[in-house]
Write a protein that binds this ligand. Sequence first.
Ligand code: SAM
Length: 214
Amino acid sequence: MNSTIDYLVKKFGLVIDPKHPTQIHNVNRTIMAQTLKELGFKVGAEVGVAQGWHAEILCRENPQALLYAVDIWARYPGYKEYTDRISEYYRQAKKRLAPYNCKLVKKFSSDAAKQFKDGSLDFVYIDGAHDFKNVAIDLCEWSKKVRVGGIVYGHDYQRWRRGRSVVDVKDVVQAFVYAHQIRPLFVIANGIRDPKFGGDVPGWLFVRQETDLI
Ligand SMILES: C[S@@+](CC[C@H](N)C(=O)[O-])C[C@H]1O[C@@H](n2cnc3c(N)ncnc32)[C@H](O)[C@@H]1O
């Protein structure tokens, strides 16, 4: 185990189950942002920003850190969410994040990843497109940008289909950690209501380690 995992275990009172994902109950997105600050993380990225609500929490709770806010903020073939609002979301994100140490990167996520060196980030939060292919691309491209001891995490640890909306995140994360020998996998159960997001759906998290196959 490394010191980041030790910190999470102590802070959240975790007992790691070697066979199953370890649930972190007493957390929400604001507490996670505070945890990144406590860990001394100084540079990270959010992939999938929309109006910038979560990016603002990351910046506000850790003002010393530089956040790269990555989003295409445009329609593209196959992506069916927010298509009527996405330009307005870009305008809102620009305004909301302007007071902070935040750089907006208006690119397709896999293109944006090319501008970062491997191991150059302390954390990445993945919350872009939620279909199998795009989650897999984001996990592959962005997890290697995080240094050993850094945190890779994201939203929507779920699997469902509703009309045109698809969320395959849980399946992809499970396959990815299995294939890359990443243990432990944490589920961010969001048992504490977040001041901004209220009762949130679960997220997922793992810590980069020397032993992973990323
Ligand atoms: C669920 S929203 C992000 C919400 C944000 N993380 C929050 O919690 O405040 C998903 C965002 O991902 C962006 N997105 C989807 N696919 C993308 C891709 N391939 N590259 C870059 N951005 C993408 C969309 O434009 C949308 O703004």
